[in-house]
Design a protein around this ligand. Structure first.
Ligand code: GLN
Length: 490
């Protein structure tokens, strides 16, 4: 039985734990045996913390045994994207510049999971500093998509999504600045939720673009996403952008009911540049939702066309400022043998950062410089406001908007590395959501040539409940999430 545990969801395991049919140590052992069998192929992790995880599992078992009222995640192992600080465990952002960085504190989300008794099994791979859509920008290695190891798992949270899809983790945390939870979830056939900006604390999340970054769950199904949201959502005095608003119990919304839902299918994301099979899968999903009682109509958000260009000014501008701290003095790597301080700065950054990170720092610095600030940065902020207004208008007519999560299924490793614009366009449907600060979920809605397709549902700010309810209803009436990649060990 132990060998099978890695294939189960958190909520299934939780009920087995509560009935005392299994132990947390057994789950953790099962997950590590799976990692032992397939990690050589998948390469989802940057580091693995077996001893700490087993220690946490033993504590969780004691807690469960004591009869104490425990959280459903007590004893459930979770993998953490390697851009969230973990005390005493390296947090690299998959960058050479932070390869040996040991944070002195836990990110709030990490502390919350620890407190509930969820063992952290390891840190997952990402595009360096979360800049990318394929994990090919990792400073260490590329993660493989469990559905076809010749293809990318998406990014930047590709390690988290691949780990969940391959059974190397029961659930995982990712971060999403322009699609980094949803696009890899879509490519790997799992569920990914980007919460409303301010819903989850960013304290201890290494900053990429602070006005866009948000942490969220990557899970095997919608119920698990709700369980993780219950664990991580909420106000945190340590993050000045976290919002002090009550957090509902997200499990309560898991009822199969799509009636009264007015759904807008975003026509601007169903045309040029989107794969035919992806469009068919999304239209089929819309029909299915209609059958379940929802009303579906087309809606146009004409400013979405400008989202990618605006994002590629705003995100690099913020990144260029956030990444200024990696100068070889306070954090991480310092270049040796420089004759003076300025040369040491130059050498550290030249050796420590990869080419995509350097590209973003240069674009961002340029966009913020005197003389160009108004023409680029300010203009991009105006576009951002227009996009927000387009969404606000749409939400006067609809409860939820739907679209493909990504224009295509997973692409082949190497296919887009030399064409940054093609890579950037893979986030065309996800980026607008971050610019508007809204919540969105991606869930499996079909397959093309054996590769999963993701359906995106977008809601108004703080409407995660609605998204989870609609997603759950869809999931209950489809089988896509039950398919597993046929990945054999060895
Ligand atoms: N792919 C986008 C980028 O490279 C989004 C990344 C993210 O959400 N972290 O910026």
């Amino acid at each position: 039985m132990t060998e099978e545990l890695f294939g189960k969801t958190a909520h299934e395991l939780s009920s087995l734990l509560k009935k005392r049919e299994i132990s947390s140590v057994e789950i953790v052992e099962s997950v590590y045996s799976r990692i032992g069998a397939v990690e050589d192929k998948i390469k989802a992790f940057v580091s693995i913390s077996r001893e700490q995880a087993l220690e946490a599992a033993r504590k969780a078992d004691a807690k469960l045994k004591s009869g104490e009222n425990t959280d459903p995640l007590c004893g459930i192992p979770v993998a953490i994207k390697d851009n969230m600080c973990t005390k005493g465990v390296t947090t690299t952002c998959s960058s050479k510049i932070l390869a040996n960085y040991l944070p002195p504190y836990d990110a709030t989300v990490v502390a919350k999971l620890k407190e509930l008794g969820a063992p952290s099994t390891g840190k997952t791979n990402l595009d360096e500093f979360a800049m990318g859509s394929s994990t090919e920008n990792s400073g260490f290695h590329t993660t493989r998509n469990p559905w076809n190891i010749e293809t990318v798992p998406g990014g930047s949270s590709g390690g988290s999504a691949a780990a969940v899809a391959s059974g190397e983790s029961i659930a995982a945390l990712g971060s999403d600045t322009g699609g980094s939870i949803r696009q890899p979830a879509s490519f790997c056939g799992v569920v990914g939720l980007k919460p409303t900006y301010g819903r989850v604390s960013r304290y201890g999340l290494v900053a990429f673009a602070s006005s866009l970054d948000q942490i969220g769950p990557i899970t095997k199904d919608v119920t698990d996403a709700a369980l993780l949201m219950n664990a991580i959502a909420g106000y945190d005095a340590k993050d000045s952008t976290s919002v002090n608003a009550p957090v509902p119990d997200y499990r309560n919304v898991l009822v199969g009911n799509a009636k009264r839902f007015r759904i807008g299918i975003i026509s601007d994301l169903m045309g040029k540049g989107i794969d035919e099979e992806v469009k068919i899968a999304v239209r089929d999903a819309a029909k299915q939702l209609e059958k379940l009682g929802a009303i579906v109509e087309e809606v146009s958000l004409p400013t979405l066309e400008y989202a990618v260009p605006a994002y590629y000014i705003i995100a690099p501008a913020e990144a260029s400022s956030n990444l200024a701290r990696y100068d070889g003095v306070k954090f991480g790597r310092r270049s040796k043998d420089a004759p003076d301080l300025i040369t040491m700065y130059y050498n550290t950054r030249r050796e420590g950062f990869g080419s995509e990170v350097k590209r973003r720092i240069m674009i961002g610095t340029y966009a913020l410089s005197a003389g160009y600030y108004d023409a680029y940065y300010l203009k991009a902020l105006k576009v951002r406001t227009l996009i927000k207004q387009d969404f606000e208008k749409a939400f006067t007519r609809f409860d939820v908007l739907i679209s493909p999560t990504a224009p295509s299924p997973a692409f082949r490793i190497g296919e887009k590395v030399s064409d940054p614009i093609a890579m950037y366009l893979s986030d065309i449907a996800t980026i607008p959501v971050n610019l508007a600060g809204l919540p969105a979920i991606s869930l499996p809605c079909g397959f093309s040539h054996g590769l999963p397709i993701g359906l995106q549902m977008i809601g108004e700010a703080f409407s995660e409940e609605k998204l989870l309810q609609l997603a759950y209803t869809y999931e209950q009436n489809t089988d896509w999430h039950k398919r597993k990649p046929e990945l054999k060990g060895g």
